[in-house]
Design a binder for this molecule. Structure first.
Ligand code: SF4
Ligand code: SF4
Length: 342
């Protein structure tokens, strides 16, 4: 079977939403540069340190993988990822509820993408090379400009929510790629129109104000960034941006193609704060929340409770501040208490 037919067949059998191949000597087309600048150059705020450190590598995929000749891009729907076993409990009362996006209660999508793309890559090498081939799999954890590559390879287009839109799943997909030294023929997803309707539903759904029309993204106001990437205590402004989200946020993706994202999940903030850290760690160990860790999850839980400002929640923050062994969490909890009850 030729490589393209193999990829198209595997796309169907593995449940992949979209697949594309780009030759890396062709990657620096106008589309790549435009989408790269849109994502990294016009964010309007300082990018996270780890992005700044790797910006040069992100701008040139061949700088990180000089041996690679082609990249196979894949969009994998979050909906096909299996749920994690023994996830955090649901709240016994609405007073202690916070939310995580549905994908966060499933198996870690980095691991899931590696498994699917690993089997795709092995088959590709078997079908398309006589003497073996080199490949490297990436998904959201390497200095690769994935959205710009996805757009320039024809995998999908970037919407106003700054995510890659695919035809049948909208932006409810994770993006992964296989860099290989195989010289593969190029493949694009069939063009579908319009990839982004320009309807601004995502902009209006973003209650934090991180998105604004027509194409602006303020990372400093994005609760996904604040809850997952921001280290240390949160400022008053950052705390209020969290709203009810204790980890991540999917308001701008779930609204674009309704029903395509797994439903958001309520979790018990009292349990997160008061159970032993090892028990909490055990319940997030197979999920993407494990990368954020228990300490930041607890910081966010304190922030979500502080946003409610009622006596029950204030009492829980006070109790947590008196028992936590983390000086950062103690300082943060005491500072939000001072703000709520000066
Ligand atoms: S919600 Fe509308 S404007 Fe936003 S990305 Fe989807 S189609 Fe585009
Ligand atoms: S993840 Fe949430 S806060 Fe960030 S841009 Fe999307 S809707 Fe706004």
């Amino acid at each position: 079977m030729d490589c393209i037919n193999y990829l198209i067949e595997q796309k169907k059998s593995l449940g992949i939403a979209a697949v594309a191949v780009k030759r890396l000597d062709q990657v620096f087309c106008a589309g790549f540069t435009k989408d790269f600048d849109l994502h990294y150059g016009r964010a309007g705020v300082q990018l996270p340190d780890y992005v700044i450190r790797t910006l040069k590598l992100r701008r040139d995929p061949l700088a990180f993988f000089p041996w690679a000749r082609s990249v196979v891009m894949a969009a994998i729907p979050f909906s096909i990822i299996p749920s994690a076993k023994n996830f955090m409990p649901k709240p016994s009362s609405s007073e202690y509820s916070g939310y995580v996006p549905g994908y966060a209660a499933r198996l870690d999508y980095h691991v899931f993408a590696r498994d699917i793309l690993g089997s795709l890559a092995m088959g590709l090498v078997k079908n398309c090379s006589a003497g073996g081939a080199k490949y490297e799999i990436c998904s959201d954890a390497s200095p690769v400009a994935e959205r710009a590559l996805a757009a320039s390879s024809g995998l999908g287009r970037i919407g106003r929510n700054f995510c890659v839109l695919t035809q049948h799943h909208g932006s409810a997909c994770l993006i992964g790629e296989i860099f290989t030294d195989l010289e593969l023929p190029e493949l694009e997803e069939p063009r579908f129109k319009p990839p982004c309707r320009g309807c601004d539903v995502c902009v209006n759904a973003c209650t934090s104000g991180a998105l604004s029309s027509p194409r602006n993204f303020n990372m400093a106001r994005c609760r996904s960034y604040i809850s997952m990437e921001k280290r240390g205590p949160l400022s008053h402004n950052e705390t209020s941006i969290l709203g009810s989200w204790v980890f991540g946020c999917d308001e701008c993706t779930s609204c674009c193609h309704p029903g395509s994202m797994p439903e958001k999940i309520p979790v018990d903030l009292e349990w997160i704060l008061m159970r032993p850290a090892a028990e909490v760690r055990e319940c997030i160990k197979d999920t993407v929340i494990s990368h954020t860790g228990v300490t930041l999850l607890r910081r966010n839980a304190v922030g979500v409770l502080a946003n409610r400002k009622s006596t029950t929640q204030i009492n829980l923050i006070r109790e947590f501040a008196s028992v936590t062994s983390s000086s950062m969490l103690k300082t943060f909890a005491e500072s939000v208490l001072r703000e709520i009850q000066p």
